[in-house]
Design a protein around this ligand. Structure first.
Ligand code: NDP
Ligand code: MG
Length: 381
C-alpha cells in the first residue's frame, strides 16, 4: 500500500489523481489532502477518502472545514505550516505537488528533506528553485517523478538509457487556442477565448499559460532541471493534435517518443506507480481515424513569452523566478480583467529588463525576488 499526500487535491490534477486512487484502492491510500479555499470540495473528499489530515491554506476556510468534519477522525490544519506538516508525515510515501504557483516551493523542499518521493505537477517550483531542489533530492535519495505530460513522455522515452546518450529533447506544444494568429489578432482576445483550450481541460492559470505559450517556456526550464539539459538542447515543436507528448533524440539520431490521447490520468498514474506500469481504462489511439499528425515551428515573435523563457533560462540565477513571478501576477491581472492578453508577456519582459540577476539565489532570495517582482508590476505596469 502506498500512502499519498496530495497538495492541491481540489484542482484539476488533484481530482484526477483521486480518480486513480478510486481505481486502485487496493494499492493507494490517502494520508493527507490540501487545498486553498474550496471547502465544499474538500469536505466531499475528506468524507470519501478519510485522510488523517486535511489542510486549507486559508485560515477561515480551515475553520469552516473543521466545523463541517467534526464528526470524523481528521485533523484540520491551516496555512504554510499545515502544508509543511503534512508533507513530512511518517506514514507518507509519495507527495503529489499539484498546487498552482510558487507557493509549492517550501512544502516541496520540506517533503524532500523528510525523504518523500515527489510526483511533481507544480512546475513553477522547479523553474524557480530547481537549483535547490534537484541537488537536495539527490542528497536525500528521493525521486522526482514528472507528472507534466511532456516530461512524463521524456522520462518514458529515456527509460533504460543513460541521460548522457541524449542529444536533445523535442518538447511538443499544442500551440493553444491562438495558434497561427499574429499579434494584431491577439490584441482584444478575451479571458473566455483564452480559456478555450483545444485539447486539454486544466486549471485556469495553466490554461492561460498555454494560450500565451508561457507554459511551454516554463516547461523548457522544467525539462532543463529534470533531465540536466541546456537551453540549446531543448527544441519546442508545435504539434496541434497533442498525440506525441514529447520526444528524445539520441546521439545516433534515433528518436524515441511517447504517444497517447491527451489525458493527464496516464502521466499521473505512471508517476504514482513508477517503475510499474499498470492497466488503465482508457481508449487507445485510433490511428486510422487520426489520419495524420503535423508539426510546425513555434512563432516566438508573436508568442514572446516563449522567447523570454529561453532568455530567462540562459540568464539563470534569479531570472527564472522573475519570469515566473511576473507571469503569475500578470495572469491573475488578466483573469481579473485588469490587463489585455498581450500585456502578459509584455509585463514579463519589463520585469526581466528591470532585474539584476542574483546568482544561485537562496530560498529567501527567491521569495524576496518574487515580492520585488509583484511590487514592481503594481507600481510600474
Ligand atoms: P487548479 O487551479 O485546477 O488547482 C490548483 C489546486 O491548488 C487547487 O486544489 C487549489 O485549491 C490549490 N491551491 C491553490 N492555492 C493554494 C495554496 N495557497 N495552498 C494550498 N493549495 C492551494 O490547477 P491545476 O490542477 O491545473 O494545476 C496544478 C499544477 O499542475 C500547476 O503547477 C500546473 O502548471 C501543473 N500542471 C497541470 C496540468 C493540468 O492538466 N491541469 C498539466 C500539467 C501540469 P482551491 O481549489 O481551494 O483553490
Ligand atoms: Mg505540460
Amino acid at each position: 500500500m502506498k500512502n499519498l499526500v496530495i497538495l492541491g487535491s481540489t484542482g484539476s490534477i488533484g481530482t484526477q489523481a483521486l480518480e486513480i486512487v478510486d481505481a486502485y484502492s487496493d494499492r493507494l491510500q490517502v494520508s493527507a489532502l490540501a487545498a486553498g479555499s474550496n471547502v465544499d470540495r474538500m469536505e466531499e473528499q475528506v468524507r470519501k477518502y478519510l485522510p488523517g489530515f486535511a489542510v486549507m491554506y486559508e485560515e477561515k476556510a480551515a475553520g469552516d472545514l473543521a466545523v463541517r468534519v467534526a464528526d470524523l477522525p481528521v485533523t484540520v490544519l491551516a496555512g504554510m505550516e499545515g502544508l509543511q506538516q503534512i508533507v513530512s508525515l511518517p506514514e507518507a510515501d509519495v507527495v503529489l505537488t499539484a498546487v498552482v504557483g510558487m507557493i509549492g516551493i517550501k512544502p516541496t523542499i520540506e517533503a524532500i528533506k523528510a525523504g518523500k518521493d515527489i510526483a511533481l505537477a507544480n512546475k513553477e517550483t522547479l523553474v524557480t528553485a530547481g537549483h535547490i531542489i534537484m541537488p537536495l533530492a539527490k542528497e536525500k535519495g528521493v525521486s522526482i517523478l514528472p507528472v507534466d505530460s511532456e516530461h512524463s513522455a521524456i522520462f518514458q522515452s529515456l527509460n533504460g538509457e543513460p541521460e548522457k546518450r541524449m542529444k536533445k529533447i523535442l518538447l511538443t506544444a499544442s500551440g493553444g487556442p491562438f495558434r497561427g494568429m499574429k499579434r494584431e489578432e491577439l490584441l482584444y482576445k478575451t479571458v473566455k477565448e483564452a480559456l478555450n483550450h483545444p485539447n486539454w481541460s486544466m486549471g485556469k492559470k495553466i490554461t492561460i499559460d498555454s494560450a500565451t505559450m508561457v507554459n511551454k517556456g516554463l516547461e523548457v526550464m522544467e525539462a532543463g532541471w529534470l533531465f540536466h539539459a541546456k537551453p540549446e538542447q531543448i527544441q519546442v515543436v508545435v504539434h496541434p493534435q497533442s498525440i506525441i507528448h514529447s520526444m528524445v533524440e539520441y546521439m545516433d539520431g534515433a528518436v524515441m517518443a511517447q504517444l497517447g490521447l491527451p489525458d493527464m490520468k496516464l502521466p499521473i498514474q505512471y508517476a504514482l506507480f513508477y517503475p510499474d506500469r499498470l492497466p488503465m481504462e482508457m481508449p487507445g489511439i485510433d490511428f486510422f481515424k487520426l489520419g495524420q499528425i503535423t508539426f510546425e515551428e513555434p512563432d516566438m515573435e508573436t508568442f514572446t513569452g516563449l522567447k523570454l523563457a529561453y532568455e530567462a533560462f540562459k540568464a539563470g540565477g534569479s531570472m527564472p523566478t522573475v519570469f515566473n513571478a511576473a507571469n503569475e501576477k500578470a495572469v491573475s491581472m488578466f483573469l481579473a480583467g485588469k490587463i489585455r492578453f498581450l500585456d502578459i508577456a509584455d509585463i514579463i519582459g519589463k520585469a526581466m529588463d528591470a532585474h539584476g540577476v542574483i546568482e544561485n539565489p537562496s530560498l529567501e532570495q527567491i521569495l524576496e525576488t518574487e515580492s520585488w517582482c509583484y511590487e514592481f508590476i503594481e507600481s510600474r505596469c
